[in-house]
Write a protein that binds this ligand. Structure first.
Ligand SMILES: Cc1cc2nc3c(=O)[nH]c(=O)nc-3n(C[C@H](O)[C@H](O)[C@H](O)COP(=O)(O)OP(=O)(O)OC[C@H]3O[C@@H](n4cnc5c(N)ncnc54)[C@H](O)[C@@H]3O)c2cc1C
Length: 503
């Protein structure tokens, strides 16, 4: 396809980071805008040409950015699947670099929103239709999770989704940790169908019955195969009343925190499946102290936390909002409250086998690391320990399997998240480099103690961590094969940023 277009017909916008909507917690994380700036090249001249090509077809759906290295050359904001299909075919035919953005919360530079080229913003894909008989919700990728929770709250149902209101559906391409992990497994394993625009512009439904290889590849394979224009997710009945809320802890609780987190990994998450906690603490450079905002969920209708979670409220806490509630959307806002836009943040993750002593050691080491930066404006270090149990993995196998390579897990593993944030881009280079070194050192220590698990969770990965390779050779071979079948020219490998399949 060859179209020429005069520049003045394009709508010019200064695409600020505000457009990019990268957020993390309050004093905490804001995303890798900085990493993005460092890693990506300036937009090539032909990127602007690609915007022009697209504008010739959809002049009213394009916003051209005149500004920064951090923004794309233009945003394409389609309304329907056919428009995505036309755009993807045009990009493939013309070798145009492009990105896809859902909620804009991932921190991999070049994955969703920066460094020239075209970003397809899925913002207008707002479908959220609940089928209460078959227990499915069809979700457009433009929804944020509070919108999906609002839709399912009306039916006293819940899908296996992320816990934070403003995070988007890109989360469903990695693995996803959720309130419902313990009883139902990972979010990717509760997707019953994907509607996908392939590189050649055709649209397919990938499910257990239709293109099952693509369906499986998408459960962990990220943005390597197509643009998802609809997710059909399982929904589950829940009591009208559940328990939920956020408990805030200060430094006084920190000596107990890792024992509690360990107990959650090996006890509550394994034996009391309706429980959910996200154990996390942050070091606030401004106060020089640690603090924690820990989300709780218990999917039963009862006034108090079950015995398995009682220890969490027997240690000193500062604020506790756990209550009966009929709606999960407000909980997702409560969790998200305090995350702001605009700072520089880097995230990284490793996976270990749950181990009480090593949990303490990891926290101590990260605390020591963080204390070096008390003088840096806006410095915040966040650390989470999140379990994946053998039962969760079995659920995935029951649901048709994924490509994460976790089958056969015989004891709980812990996804360790680490994030560092600073106010100023100028401070971030040194902090990010030191953070990376810190995590690599921790990885070596975990390996030397026999505690390292090879898995790197896409959702929390750093831009240069080898996520897909961590799924194991068989899964990499499978993903390559699926890629060749559905995208023989490798358009999603060459043209789309993010975590790519190792070649
Ligand atoms: C505040 C906060 C809270 C979080 N909470 C959780 C949590 O509870 N559980 C959890 O598991 N993770 C969580 N995460 C991590 C989260 O899973 C990832 O950041 C995820 O990528 C966010 O999705 P998004 O749509 O907002 O991001 P985006 O940046 O829009 O998308 C992420 C990636 O997916 C690709 N992509 C997005 N949509 C499509 C599409 N339709 N088709 C093809 N490719 C697409 C993009 O190319 C991009 O690489 C959290 C992150 C933050 C910042």
């Amino acid at each position: 396809m060859s179209i020429t277009l005069s520049e003045p017909r394009l709508k010019h916008l200064l695409c600020s980071p505000g457009h990019i909507r990268i957020t993390m917690r309050q004093s905490l994380p804001l995303l890798a805008l900085v990493t993005a700036a460092v890693v990506s090249a300036r937009p090539a001249a032909r990127d602007t040409d690609c915007c022009a090509l697209l504008s010739a077809i959809y002049p009213d759906k394009l916003q051209l950015c005149t500004a920064p290295a951090l923004a794309p050359s233009c945003y394409f904001v389609p309304d329907i699947t056919e428009e995505v299909a036309t755009a993807v075919k045009l990009f493939t035919d013309n070798d145009c670099k492009f990105f896809v953005r859902a909620g804009g919360h991932h921190s991999t530079p070049g994955a969703a929103n920066n460094g020239g080229a075209v970003t397809i913003a899925m913002t207008n894909f707002k479908q959220k239709d609940v089928d209460p008989v078959n227990n499915i919700i069809s979700v457009g990728p433009g929804n944020r999770f509070h919108e999906v929770y609002t839709a399912t709250d009306a039916y006293d149902k819940v899908a296996v989704l992320g816990r934070y209101a403003q995070v988007g559906t890109g989360l469903l391409l990695g693995a996803d940790l959720s309130y419902l992990n313990n009883p139902e497994g990972l979010s990717v394993d509760n997707i019953v169908a994907h509607e996908v625009v392939l590189a050649n512009g055709t649209v397919v439904i990938a499910s257990a019955d239709s293109h099952p290889d693509l369906h499986k590849a998408l459960k962990g394979g990220g943005d390597n195969f197509g643009v998802i224009t609809r997710y059909d997710l399982k929904v589950f009945d829940r009591p009208h009343n559940v328990l939920g809320g956020l408990v805030t802890y200060g430094e006084e609780a920190m000596p107990f925190y890792d024992d509690l987190a360990y107990d959650y990994h090996v006890n509550a998450a394994v034996n009391d499946l309706e429980t959910h906690i996200l154990p996390q603490w942050g070091f606030n450079g401004a106060t020089g102290k640690r603090e924690s905002f820990t989300p709780f969920y218990y999917g039963k209708d009862q006034p108090n936390l079950p015995p398995s979670l009682q220890p969490w409220v027997e240690v000193p806490w500062v604020h506790n909002t756990i209550r009966n509630t009929t709606a999960l959307a407000p909980l997702s806002f409560e969790n998200h409250d305090g995350y702001v836009n605009g700072d520089a943040q880097q995230q990284r993750t490793i996976t270990i086998y749950a181990d009480r002593d090593f949990f303490h050691e990891v926290s101590d080491r990260f605390h020591q690391f963080a204390q070096q930066y008390t003088n840096v404006e806006g410095f915040y270090a966040l650390h989470c320990k999140m379990p994946i149990t053998p039962f969760m993995v079995e659920k995935g196998v029951e649901n048709g399997g994924n490509v994460l390579g976790l089958e056969g897990l015989d004891r709980p593993i812990s996804i360790l998240y680490f994030g560092v944030t600073s106010k100023s881009v100028a401070d971030s280079d040194a902090i990010f480099a030191a953070h990376e070194e810190f995590i690599e050192n921790l990885r070596s220590i975990a390996a030397s103690r026999g505690l390292l698990h090879r898995y790197i969770m896409w959702n929390y990965s750093g831009f240069n961590q080898q996520v897909i390779a961590s799924y194991g050779d068989d899964n990499v071979a499978f993903l390559k094969d699926v890629s060749q079948r559905y995208d023989p020219t490798g358009a999603f490998q060459r043209l789309v940023g993010g975590q790519k399949i190792p070649q």
